[in-house]
Design a binder for this molecule. Structure first.
Ligand code: BTN
Length: 299
């Protein structure tokens, strides 16, 4: 039995899938979940201007990875397509790490977006995605979460959300980005403790009544609005919001840079989205993808 019918009443929403049923989720803890992802509920909560930029909303019971599924589509079909899954069998995190993705309680979403800018102009894109997710969480009622550069969302020093930004393109062509966001909402603790290497928290611990469908709608709306702004004006309009949500500024951090370990105080970011680290002897500017923050965050 299909639990949500196709939805194509908006002009730009063509092919839509909702490819799962209660039966297909047997064996997953989702059967006890109060709320399955629902295409119509999500679309109905996105304001029309943003919804009109969404071409496709696909919901699957189980996928290897929503980022991988989107990347398997021709690039011409990726822009404006969002894929959500109840469960990922091979969820991917940054720097080749796995993203633990049990069924039924969390949010796993990827959105495809095409930019006129070449790859070189998209260095701040991971930060924009993190700010979009942060704003969606704020609008859902969260207060104390902060962004840990470049794109983790933290609460009380524990990870709440991660973003995986993958971009294809060259110096001359438009760039095709796949923007993956994973938000811990209701993490089944018993099966998780051993599988996640870092401290984590989930949204329902802080907001017990949060709705996955509402959060999915807020996240899509924020992503569409912020990505459009970034495509038009670059990162400058986001600097102020970064300042407000920056969870690292003023903190002592350990940073792994290849086989070197750096120590210093974070003083903020520059216009290119690079992290500014004061080591005491020099001011370093560290680019996304080159380094990994090992410790410290205020949120
Ligand atoms: C990280 O913090 O390392 C990034 C985690 C990104 C996880 C999301 S879940 C949806 C999308 N599909 C994936 O396989 N990964 C991203």
């Amino acid at each position: 039995m299909a639990i949500c019918a196709g939805f194509a009443t908006e002009k730009n929403i063509g092919l839509t899938h909702c490819n799962f049923s209660h039966a297909s989720l047997k064996g997953h803890s989702v059967l006890n979940s109060p709320e399955l992802l629902d295409q119509a509920l999500i679309l109905g909560q996105i304001e029309p201007q943003a919804r009109n930029q969404l071409k496709n909303l696909v919901i699957e019971a189980s996928l290897d990875s929503t980022n991988s599924a989107l990347q398997r589509l021709p690039t011409t079909e990726q822009h404006g397509t969002a894929i959500l899954a109840e469960h990922q069998t091979a969820g991917r995190g940054r720097l080749g790490r796995p993203w633990h993705s049990p069924a039924g309680g969390n949010l796993y979403m990827s959105l495809g977006w095409c930019f006129r800018q070449s790859l070189a102009g998209l260095g701040c894109l991971p930060l924009v995605v993190a700010l979009s997710a942060a704003q969606a969480l704020t609008r859902s009622g969260m207060e104390k979460h902060r962004v840990k550069w470049p794109n983790d969302l933290m609460l009380d020093g524990k990870k709440l959300c991660g973003c995986l930004v993958e971009v294809q393109g060259s110096a001359r062509e438009p760039s095709h980005a796949v923007l993956g966001v994973g938000i811990n909402i209701r993490m089944p603790a018993e099966e998780t403790a051993a599988e996640i290497s870092q401290p984590w928290t989930d949204l329902s611990t802080h907001l017990p009544d949060c709705s996955r469908n509402s959060l999915a709608a807020l996240l899509l709306e924020e992503l569409i609005v912020q990505l459009s702004l970034f495509a038009e004006k670059g990162f400058a309009p986001f600097m102020q919001q970064w300042e407000k949500m920056d969870g690292l500024k003023g903190h002592n951090v350990d940073v792994a840079a290849g086989n070197r370990m750096l120590h210093g105080i974070v003083t903020g970011i520059d216009q290119s989205g690079a992290l500014l680290l004061d080591t005491g002897s020099e001011m370093l500017s560290l680019r996304v993808g080159e380094v990994s923050i090992m410790a410290a965050c205020s949120a």
